[in-house]
Ligand binder design. Sequence first.
Ligand SMILES: Cc1cc2nc3c(=O)[nH]c(=O)nc-3n(C[C@H](O)[C@H](O)[C@H](O)COP(=O)(O)OP(=O)(O)OC[C@H]3O[C@@H](n4cnc5c(N)ncnc54)[C@H](O)[C@@H]3O)c2cc1C
Length: 383
Amino acid sequence: MDFGLSEELAALQQVARQFVDRHCPPQSAKEWDETNTYPAGLFKAMAEAGWLGLPFPPEAGGDGGGPLELAVIAEQLGRASLDMAMCYIGTLIPSLTVHKFGTPEQREAIRTGMLTGEKRYAVAMSEPDTGSDAAALRCAAVDKGDHYLINGQKMWCTGAGLPDTTIMMYVRTSKGERKHDGISLLLVDPDTPGVELRQTPTLARHILGTYEVFLTDVVVPKSALVGEQDQGWKIMLSNLELERVLMSGGYVGVAQATLDEMLEYSKQRTAFGRPVGTFQALAHAMADMQTEIDAARLLAYRAAWMLSQGLPASREGAMAKLKGSETYVAAARLGMQVCAGHGFSTESVMSFRWRESIVAPISGGTSQIQRNGIARSMGLRSY
Ligand SMILES: Cc1cc2nc3c(=O)[nH]c(=O)nc-3n(C[C@H](O)[C@H](O)[C@H](O)COP(=O)(O)OP(=O)(O)OC[C@H]3O[C@@H](n4cnc5c(N)ncnc54)[C@H](O)[C@@H]3O)c2cc1C
């Protein structure tokens, strides 16, 4: 049994850490969040670092890397902010999906666009009435022979409004026996006539932004279909485990950064003639938090390792997502208490951590949905 990173993974971790220090330290992530700024050059820098092509096979222009490498990068990006990790994960996962099921032309667009850092992808699954119950989606794409005609609305489409973004949109193409049948995946250019975007005002996630997408008589060519018509649900599930694992890496990174920041503060700040971190009440709380973060990290890397071995990791991925996201919330809450008045000032990075953490157990499947999956794997039908 070996719980350490291999030499190669440790080297990648080091490089990724330096990347964050140089390109996106937490203070910059906070400022970008406050000014709704997407640092376009950062995505290019990720391409230059070889991270965008990492998981693709060499014949597709990639490096044939796997879930462990991706988790290491996601964890280090998380040290900047969750949103920063999502800049990476949020486009990597949809492009892997398109690569897996797409046509040669769609794959080529990934090789020449996404891998070079020039194009991004966003995912539109959720709708105003359907979040956790994603398969109940209603946005309709009618097959008109040589094209689809889309009408409906999508919600929470992260990054949809950024330049050069293609929306990977799940739509209903037919009504099957089950709600999971009859869903298809289409690639939609947000500049297509009939598509309108509105950025949803949110507590955080302002670097990427999250958007409502209104679709009125939108015509997309048949060539926009990814995979087979009506098979969208299976396509969506195909990368869910990897997505959860990478998000878990991001949560662990940002939770650790949050703890490191409060620890540093608690060693500097004095009260009653001693550093506040030496008060047992705070020291124990931070010791507990490091234990929680280590547990979350072990869960994340266990799930990543299982995927790297080709093993199913649905339950382990859900556990990692559950634990990692809730640990970030707990770390940020503790950080606000340790930093006290300093944390409450919106000039502090801690206040940004706290604001941002709230979304971790919501987006990408809520904690309740993860628990349902884990309970199901234990033979309990949980609603
Ligand atoms: C910042 C942000 C970014 C997002 N980005 C994207 C994106 O890029 N693309 C995309 O498609 N979606 C995105 N989402 C949507 C996200 O996936 C949903 O918000 C999430 O799945 C929850 O759906 P909901 O908000 O509609 O809550 P609901 O599904 O309405 O749930 C409300 C409450 O009921 C609980 N609940 C629901 N069903 C069950 C159940 N069966 N058992 C127990 N409890 C249950 C939930 O856990 C929650 O507490 C994003 C959301 C946010 C906030």
